[in-house]
Structures are given as C-alpha cells and as structure tokens.
Design a protein around this ligand. Sequence first.
Ligand code: HEC
Ligand code: HEC
Ligand code: HEC
Ligand code: HEC
Ligand code: HEC
Ligand code: HEC
Ligand code: HEC
Ligand code: HEC
Length: 465
Amino acid sequence: MKKIMVKLGVAGLTGCLFSLLAVTVMAAEAPSGDAASKASTVTPQFHKALVVQRGMTPEAAKCIECHAKKTPGIVESWKLGKMAHASVGCYDCHVVQKSSPMASQCSGIKGSDIYISPMVSSKTCSRCHPTEVEQFLKSGHAMLSSKPVVDPSKLNGKLIKLMYHLEGAQFIGNNDPGSVSASRAAGCQMCHGGEVELGPDNKPIKNTWPGGVGQRYPDGSVGNCTVCHTRHKFSVAEARKPEACASCHLGPDHPDIEIYIESKHGQVFLTHGEDWEWDSAPDAWQPGDYTAPTCATCHMSGIGELSTTHNINERLKWDLMHKKSVIRSGERGDGEKGAKLMRQVCANCHGSTHIEKERQNLDDAVALYNFYWDGAVKMKKDLAAKGLLGKDAWSDGFQELMYYLWHHTGRRARQGVAMNGPDYAHWHGFFQIFQVYKDMQAIYDWRIKNNKIEPLSTVMSTGPL
Ligand code: HEC
Ligand code: HEC
Ligand code: HEC
Ligand code: HEC
Ligand code: HEC
Ligand code: HEC
Ligand code: HEC
Ligand code: HEC
C-alpha cells in the first residue's frame, strides 16, 4: 500500500505540471490591482509571484524515493501539502550551494556534487513567495523576536543574567556548559528564535537549532516559517486556526489563546469551527467561510477591503507588551494607521456603535494600566533615591512585584480587554493589578518608615501571579 502511494506521489507530478501551466496562463490574463484581487472568492489571487514551471528532475525525485523509506513521516506529510502537488520537493528547499556555510551531505548523497542543509530559512521561501517574506521581515516576528535571546546586551545584560546565571543555575555554582543553557534552548529560543552556531561539519551545535519564529541563520537570513505552517504540509488552513498561534501566545504573561477561547469569538469557533471552510484560496478567505474571527482573521488574513499581510504589527495601535503602553511607532509599526485597519476588520461583522465602544474600552484600559505603572515608577524612584532598593531585583519584594505588575497581570489586563476576554481583563487582570499594587505600597511605606529594607523577600515567586 505504502509503496504504491509513493509511486503515485512522484508519477503524479507530471500531471501537476499541467495545472501549473494553466495557473500561469490565467495569471497573465488576470487584471491587476486591488479591485481585481477582490473580484472573486473562488479563483485564486494572482498578484502573488508563484513561479514553478517545471516537473521534477531525476535528482529531485531521488530524494523523495529514498526518504519515503528512510523518513516516511516527512514524505507522507509533504505529500499532503499543496506544494507537493506543484512539484516543489525536498530538492527545492534543502539543496544549497557547496559554498554555503550550511552545506553538508546526508548519507544518501555522500560523494556526489549535491549539497544540502537541514536548516531552511525564509530566504529559501522568498525565491517563490517574495511578498510574504518581505512583509514577515518587517514584523515583530523577525529580527525583533530573536533580539532578546541573541542580543541581550541592549537590555543591560539583564536577560543574559536571567537565562544563564539564574535559570541556568550559575548562581548556585552550575558550570556545565550544556545544562547552563538548557532552559534558554528549550524555552526562549523555541518561541523567539535564537542564532545558529555551526560546528566544523557545518551542522548546528550547542542546541542552537531548531528555533522559533525569529531564528537567525548562518547565511545572515532570518525567520522560521514553519511555526505557523508546520512542515512538511505547509498548510494555509492550519495557519488560519488559532492553534497555529497557541504554541507561543499562551501562559501567564501573554495568555492570548486563553483570552480568545473565553471570548465570544472563541465560543463561536469552538461550537461551529468544524463546519467552517478553512481551505479557501489564499487571500480569499471571507466571512461566510467562517462566522467569527480567529487570530489570523484579525491580525493577518485578507478580509473585506484588506489584503493578507504577514506583518502582524500592521493592524495594531498600542504596544501592550512592554512596561508602559505607548502608541506604536518606528520598528513597532504605525499605531494610528494600525487602529484604522483593525476597525476595518471589525466592520465586516459589527456596527460602528459596537466597534466604537470596544476601541474606547481599549484606550481606557491602557490609560488605567499606565496610571498604575506611573505610580509604581514613582515609588521605585523614591526608594532608589533613599537607598532603599535591594541590589538583586529577584530577591527584593518590591521589585519582584513590580515585574509581575507589568509582565504578568498588567499584560493580561491589557490583552484581555483588547481581545474581549472578560475573565482576563478582570480577575487575572485589573483585580490582581490593584492587589499587587497595594502590596508594593505596603512594602514602600514600611521601608520609608523604618528607613531599611525588610530582611527577607515577602513575595512568593511561585504564587498565583
Ligand atoms: C517548501 C520547502 C520544503 C520542502 C519542499 C521540504 N522541506 Fe524539509 N524542511 C523545510 C523547513 C522550512 C524545515 C525547518 C528548517 C529549520 O527549522 O531551519 C525543514 C526541515 C527538514 C528536516 C530537518 C528537521 C527534522 O525533523 O529532522 C529534514 C530531515 C527535512 N526537512 C527533510 C525533507 C525531505 C526529505 C523533504 C522531501 C520529502 C523535504 N524536507 C521537503 C522546508 C522544506
Ligand atoms: C539513498 C537515500 C537518500 C537519498 C537519495 C537522499 N537522502 Fe537525505 N537522508 C537519507 C538518510 C538515511 C538520512 C538520515 C541520516 C543522515 O542524516 O545522513 C538523510 C538525511 C537528510 C536530511 C537531514 C540531515 C540532518 O543533518 O539532519 C536532509 C535535510 C536530507 N536528507 C535531504 C535530502 C535531499 C534534499 C536529498 C536529495 C537531494 C536527499 N536527502 C537524498 C537518505 C537519503
Ligand atoms: C520553488 C518554489 C517554491 C519554494 C522554494 C517554496 N514554495 Fe511555497 N508554494 C509554491 C507554489 C507553486 C505554491 C502553490 C501551490 C498550489 O496552490 O498549487 C506554494 C504554496 C505555498 C503555501 C500555500 C499552501 C496552501 O495550503 O494553500 C504555503 C503556506 C507555502 N507555499 C509556504 C512556503 C514556505 C514556508 C516555503 C519555504 C520554507 C516555501 N513555501 C517555499 C512554491 C514554492
Ligand atoms: C511560550 C513561548 C515563549 C517563551 C518560552 C518565551 N517567550 Fe518571550 N515572548 C513570547 C511572546 C508570544 C511575546 C509577545 C508578548 C506580547 O505580545 O505580550 C514575548 C515577548 C517577549 C519580550 C518583549 C518583546 C521585546 O522584543 O522586547 C521579551 C524581551 C521576551 N519575550 C524575552 C524572553 C526571554 C529572554 C525568554 C526566556 C528567558 C522568553 N521570552 C521566553 C513568547 C515566549
Ligand atoms: C504568524 C503565523 C505565520 C507565519 C510565521 C507565516 N505565515 Fe504564511 N500564512 C499565515 C496565515 C494565517 C495565512 C493565511 C492568510 C489567509 O487567510 O489568506 C498564510 C498564508 C501564506 C501563504 C499563502 C498566500 C498568502 O499570502 O495568503 C503563503 C505562500 C505563506 N503564508 C508563506 C509563508 C512564508 C514564506 C512564511 C515565512 C516568511 C510564512 N508564511 C510565515 C500565517 C503565517
Ligand atoms: C513560535 C512562536 C510564535 C508563534 C507560533 C506565533 N507567534 Fe506571535 N509572537 C511571538 C513572539 C516571540 C513575539 C514577540 C516578538 C517581539 O519580541 O517583539 C510575538 C509577537 C506577536 C505580536 C505582536 C507584534 C510585535 O510587536 O512584536 C502579534 C500581534 C502576534 N505575535 C500575533 C501572532 C499570531 C496572530 C500568530 C498566529 C497566526 C502568532 N503570532 C504565532 C511568537 C510566536
Ligand atoms: C477580534 C479580533 C482579534 C482576534 C480574534 C485576536 N486578536 Fe489579538 N488583538 C486584537 C486587538 C484589537 C488587539 C489590540 C490592538 C491595538 O493595539 O489596537 C490585539 C492585540 C494582540 C497582541 C498584543 C500585541 C502587543 O502589543 O503586545 C497579541 C500578541 C495578539 N493580539 C495575538 C493574538 C492571538 C495569538 C490571537 C488568537 C489566539 C488573537 N490575537 C486573536 C484583535 C484580535
Ligand atoms: C467574522 C465576523 C467577526 C469579526 C471580523 C469580528 N467579530 Fe466580534 N463577534 C462576532 C460574532 C459572531 C460575535 C458573537 C455575537 C453574539 O454574542 O451573539 C461577536 C461578538 C463580539 C463581542 C462580544 C459582545 C457581543 O456583541 O456579544 C465583542 C466585544 C466583539 N465581538 C468585538 C469585536 C471586535 C473589537 C472586532 C474587531 C477587532 C470584532 N469583534 C471582529 C463576529 C465577528
């Protein structure tokens, strides 16, 4: 059974060549511009450059034939994807020039003049998907994402200290180079991405590969597209589902999937999602295919007048992740424009009164959170001026609480309001903000009154924060 399937997979490629040629002809005839791209929800959109116009060479077919036996899991999922049907194979994505810093040879091609790499960055995809990659590279998912992990000097070495000294147990004498970075390699790096370091055989060392969305590669390229389109199917339908974001956007410090699930949108998705049409052509996934938005609908997909974007910063007004929320500018996007675009998303399904209320709620919540934050900053400055701030922030009750204020409960409140999760806006959010703030106030008052720092941290770091 399996063998027959494999044969079909490869033989079927000749047939695919025809369908591709058909696509090329239609693309040439399709009118260009926005109107055309919205003209139909049935025909695929053609302002994208999809330029494979050939079948498969014998060398390219060999990779598949052998890997069907050696790594059947990979070939089976590849066969399910649209790219397999367009004869984009292992060869197209994994073969590199001999001169590439990542060039190596697997056992099947040893001694030949073909070189491959297990590492595949967005640069490879950009050969055929230049628009998506260009948008992606401008987003927070690219350079900005791996920055805290690979370039922490900008953050005064605080994150280096967190990753190795504290989490890696250097502070209690751990000097083992492997285990010191275990937390970073399996944690931060798998969401944010890190930087690949190569050994003499051009293969990654020190657990620096694979990595998350902003992974940096030895040829200078950035970005791992598989975080939303998992390999080797690379499915658009998958990326449209909230699960595609949930592997990273969860937990106490950015519970976006939890917020979504408790929102009305999540309720509709959970109850009706299995009847939705997930596989519409790229950029042509519209209300009707679904009845409530997913993460992708609001942040990425084409909807109504808006085209699909791989720049997730484009539709955002506020920065809801850092200590103080400000309107986005510079490398974080254009907040004023972002607010307009997000309203356009809502307007496909809600009236202006509803949308106005929601946007006003968000602005008010940001102002409320910032008010607390400013108060905390003022207390901290006072304590610092009087020498009443502990040197080690992680065992100083006031500073520990201040971290939870913005990084945990403060983000939950802001993001809970932004994405309509009342439990996160309130119980995990503003309710805990005022509690944390009052505890900070109590420590502040005590220190000012006694002119010293309390001997033990009063904060249970593993508490419900
Ligand atoms: C559309 C491009 C594309 C195609 C086609 C493709 N791959 Fe990959 N492959 C990737 C990407 C992207 C990764 C993840 C690389 C990274 O994280 O740097 C990957 C990772 C891998 C890995 C290493 C990860 C692991 O699980 O060990 C292997 C092995 C691999 N692919 C084999 C294959 C084989 C065999 C084929 C053909 C059946 C194939 N690939 C087809 C893009 C592709
Ligand atoms: C005759 C069998 C055979 C052929 C042909 C073959 N491979 Fe492999 N390949 C293997 C085996 C076995 C492995 C696992 C052991 C290894 O890494 O050498 C492997 C591993 C790989 C890996 C992962 C390497 C790593 O470092 O983890 C990639 C990527 C890969 N092959 C891609 C290709 C591509 C692309 C082609 C075609 C140009 C190809 N292979 C042709 C048998 C083959
Ligand atoms: C050699 C050209 C080529 C390369 C390289 C390539 N692609 Fe594709 N890709 C295509 C073509 C052609 C299609 C359209 C297939 C179809 O719809 O029939 C496609 C479609 C897709 C789709 C849409 C699938 C769907 O379910 O509709 C995704 C997602 C995708 N590619 C991601 C990637 C990623 C990620 C990479 C890099 C790891 C990559 N591609 C590399 C040619 C390529
Ligand atoms: C489960 C995935 C995950 C892990 C593990 C993780 N992060 Fe994050 N991180 C995120 C997400 C998602 C955001 C965006 C948060 C938001 O929008 O509120 C983020 C935001 C950040 C930010 C703020 C954005 C910026 O660029 O300034 C920093 C800094 C950061 N993380 C550092 C780290 C470090 C260092 C580690 C490990 C010690 C780590 N993260 C572990 C997912 C993760
Ligand atoms: C944050 C998640 C995410 C990441 C990362 C991501 N994609 Fe996508 N991608 C999506 C979603 C969602 C869609 C579907 C948009 C829609 O509804 O039409 C999509 C659609 C596509 C399509 C179909 C054409 C289109 O533009 O709609 C291609 C091709 C594609 N992605 C390639 C890539 C490449 C190449 C990368 C790496 C640079 C990448 N994607 C990274 C989520 C992602
Ligand atoms: C592999 C992990 C990962 C996945 C999967 C992922 N993200 Fe992210 N996302 C991050 C990290 C890390 C950041 C923080 C980037 C930074 O440092 O600025 C982030 C940031 C963001 C931001 C804020 C932009 C900014 O300023 O950085 C948005 C919005 C976002 N992601 C939406 C999505 C959506 C929607 C999806 C799914 C379609 C998704 N993400 C999938 C890791 C991920
Ligand atoms: C109904 C539309 C909608 C849905 C669905 C949605 N979001 Fe959001 N998201 C928003 C809005 C609105 C904001 C705040 C934008 C602003 O600042 O104007 C936001 C903010 C964010 C941020 C915060 C960026 C920052 O500044 O830190 C992240 C991360 C994010 N969303 C990820 C996700 C993920 C992951 C999902 C799915 C689990 C999701 N969103 C579902 C509308 C949505
Ligand atoms: C694809 C359609 C769609 C889009 C786009 C959409 N929503 Fe919704 N929304 C719904 C549906 C359906 C409900 C459930 C209505 C109900 O409870 O009967 C809903 C409910 C809500 C609710 C709960 C309150 C209520 O009316 O029941 C809020 C708040 C909300 N949406 C805000 C937004 C915001 C803000 C945006 C844009 C960022 C947005 N929605 C985008 C379809 C959508």
